[in-house]
Design a protein around this ligand. Structure first.
Ligand SMILES: Cc1cc2nc3c(=O)[nH]c(=O)nc-3n(C[C@H](O)[C@H](O)[C@H](O)COP(=O)(O)OP(=O)(O)OC[C@H]3O[C@@H](n4cnc5c(N)ncnc54)[C@H](O)[C@@H]3O)c2cc1C
Length: 285
């Protein structure tokens, strides 16, 4: 028999003490689950994550020749790895397991026990149908590039870039404007401490500029992201700047000759009903 061909599913419903059983009628749910398509056995236990609970699942896999497991309990974040492990130690591919969250998604958030029981049945029914379609998956190791791309060079992006770079990772910081700094670069003092905004920001901006682990890509945007976690491929568009960045020493000659304004010439700030208008000084001709 191919592992996919003839699903023999076991459903295991956890009480989680009174967390689930205090609201959901567990025996009724188990009885319902036992009649679902391809379900060979349905059982309940006080704490399915405990050693005896795990043993119950393993033994049932053996006794009933199960090839799929559904556990209805808490959130997958909490115990999916536990039950995948149990499924594997029962001799099955760990991905022939499906979790149904009837605690956070049901008993903790549903007042009416009747509604909670109905919802638990619906979720378990969905998990049973889903697990029947699972494919056996294999874990494999692939080489990854431990590099980080950060989009947006405001204070958040700057701080993240420095944190990663200082931990030894290579960072690409992408900023669509000619300079990093974002909103904070436009502020004088910051609420509530009235610290000088530039005093916080500029040392960080300069650290980014000269950090050996950070490649700063200004006037740039991400056009396309493909690949997957650990192996993303990024397509960038870098705007022309008509300056040889390798030779740039910050003399400002390009700024004086640039026909466009880099920052908005006029900025309007609303403070409650008060409107403050700031106008940037015209450039020298
Ligand atoms: C008028 C005003 C007064 C404020 N006063 C205070 C205050 O007193 N105290 C306080 O704590 N906070 C204050 N704030 C809030 C504070 O400025 C912001 O929370 C903070 O600057 C946000 O930082 P950020 O890095 O998340 O975003 P931003 O500063 O907005 O930076 C985002 C950066 O990403 C870039 N970017 C956006 N899209 C792309 C893209 N697709 N590709 C590449 N780059 C991109 C932008 O150009 C920008 O440089 C104020 C905000 C404003 C507007």
């Amino acid at each position: 028999m191919s592992e996919n061909g003839n699903p023999r599913i076991g459903v295991f419903v956890c009480h989680c003490g009174t967390n689930i059983a205090g609201k959901v009628n567990v025996p009724e749910v188990v009885e319902f689950a036992s009649h679902l398509d391809s379900v060979v056995v349905a059982k309940e236990y006080k704490f399915m994550c405990s050693d005896p609970g795990q043993e119950l699942i393993k033994q049932s896999i053996k006794d009933h020749g199960l090839n799929r497991v559904v556990v209805a309990s808490c959130s997958p974040l909490m115990h999916e790895p536990t039950f995948r492990g149990v499924t594997a130690s029962g001799g099955l591919n760990p991905f022939f397991f499906q979790m149904s969250n009837i605690r956070e998604h049901v008993s903790w958030v549903t007042e009416d026990p009747e509604q909670a029981t109905k919802k638990a049945k619906a979720l378990i029914s969905a998990a049973v149908r889903r697990v029947a379609l699972h494919e056996p998956l294999l874990k494999k190791e692939v080489p990854v590039r431990p590099e980080v791309l950060i989009i947006g060079g405001g204070i958040a992006g700057i701080h993240a870039a420095l944190t990663y770079a200082n931990s030894g990772k290579k960072v690409y910081l992408v900023e669509k404007e000619p300079s990093i700094g974002g909103h904070m670069a436009q502020l004088d003092k910051t609420f509530p401490t009235l610290d000088c905004s530039a005093c916080i920001l500029t040392p960080k901006m300069s650290e980014v500029g000269k950090h050996p682990n950070i490649t700063l890509l200004t006037m740039s945007r991400v056009e396309e992201i493909s690949g997957f976690v650990g192996n993303f491929k990024i397509k960038m568009r870098k705007k022309a700047r008509f300056v040889d960045t390798a030779k740039c020493n910050g003399c400002g000659a390009c700024w004086e000759n640039c026909p466009t304004t880099v920052t908005p010439a006029e900025r309007i700030i609303r403070k409650g009903k008060m409107i403050i208008k700031t106008v940037e000084k015209p450039r020298p001709n």
